[in-house]
Ligand binder design. Structure first.
Ligand SMILES: [Zn+2]
Ligand SMILES: [Zn+2]
Length: 342
């Protein structure tokens, strides 16, 4: 089969590799759509991912497709079924799993290799985090369940309620999904991003107000002004840069909650105003990855039309164009997400 193999920093090659062999409980899926993602871009730019991938390796993790073969003992799925599978599944018996923090599992099993004609879904993921795609959804819609699951969990961790004012910093695919989902939860949403042109899209997704940092020298003051001087109830950081990590504390009202969702490069340190943290009783949260429950909820949200691929997946390309697509994303131009059709 044809697959994109990552060799290191900004280096991938399209190659013929063997179709993965199945063990008991595994599924073989013909990939019909694999979506580009900020994490893939990070992996491509850095050449590795500490927790997810060591090159040379097949990569890509947001996908949907058709079951073509099932390993011994699989009863829930048959060849011909359209499925979406998450890129991980927890062990369910370690310290963290037993405490319900399954995304922090000590033995979280990751699966990569969606930029290929076929992908093997390992037994544990088949059992705990694979779903049939509802008939009316396209593959692209279903494949959005993975990134959306991270956002579902992020909002849940943050405790967003109807009527809250939520400022979202960052309008990439993840920030845009936060805007959409916060709106669906009944929040008033302020989207903060660099370029006016990109922010226009968030207005369509449900942002009530936008702050373009290319025009506004002080985004903190802008958010405070939009909230009557008090500050936002909740701020989501979805950029992952040291500078934007310093903004939320000052954008929040007293008793507000920040979710540091975007992960900066390892080794990054930021300074915080301890007075602000203490006397304003700021709650700092951070959310990593997703859980099977969040994945299911994300798929339900997609099934009911709350989130659809046409708002986030703005281009389609063949597998052969993957390098080109990733380089374009690195320049910060191009569509939010691209569906790679292997
Ligand atoms: Zn992703
Ligand atoms: Zn575990």
């Amino acid at each position: 089969m044809l697959a994109a193999v990552l060799y290191g920093k900004e280096h991938l090659q399209l190659e013929q590799v063997p179709v993965p062999a199945l063990g008991p409980g595994d599924l073989l899926v013909r990939v019909r759509a694999a979506l580009t993602c900020g994490t893939d871009l990070k992996v491509f730019r850095r050449g590795y991912h500490a927790r997810m991938i060591v090159p040379p390796a097949v990569f890509g993790h947001e996908f949907a497709g058709d079951v073509v073969a099932a390993g011994e003992g699989v009863t829930r799925f048959q060849p011909g079924q359209r499925v979406v599978a998450a890129n991980s599944a927890p062990c369910l018996h370690c310290f963290y799993c037993l405490r319900g923090r399954v995304n922090l599992c000590e033995d979280l099993l990751f699966n990569n290799g969606a930029y290929a004609e076929f992908i093997k879904v390992p037994a544990r993921i088949v059992e705990r985090n694979t779903y049939e795609i509802p008939a009316h959804l396209k593959y692209e819609d279903a494949a959005l369940a993975e990134p959306l699951a991270c956002v579902v969990k992020g909002l849940e961790d943050t405790g967003v309620e109807a009527g809250d004012t939520v400022a979202v910093i960052g309008v990439g695919p993840i920030g845009s999904m936060f805007v959409r989902l916060a709106k669906l939860r009944g929040a008033q949403v302020i989207a903060v991003g660099r370029k006016r042109a990109k922010l226009e899209h968030t207005l369509h997704l449900g942002a009530d107000r936008v702050v373009a940092t290319e025009e506004t020298p002080d985004p903190v003051a802008a958010v405070r002004a939009l909230t009557g001087g008090r500050g936002a109830d909740i701020v989501i950081e979805a950029v992952g840069q040291p500078q934007t990590w310093t903004w939320p504390m000052e954008m929040l009202r007293r008793g507000g909650v920040v979710n540091f969702f975007g992960g900066p490069p390892s080794g990054t340190r930021i300074e915080i105003d301890t007075d602000l943290l203490h006397y304003s009783e700021i709650t700092c949260k951070a959310s990593f990855h997703h859980t099977p429950r969040a994945f299911r909820e994300a798929l339900d949200t997609i099934e009911s039309g709350g989130v659809t691929a046409k708002d986030f997946v703005q281009a389609e390309e063949p597998l052969g164009s993957l390098s080109k697509v990733l380089f374009r994303l690195m320049e910060g131009s191009g569509p939010l997400k691209t569906a790679i059709i292997p």
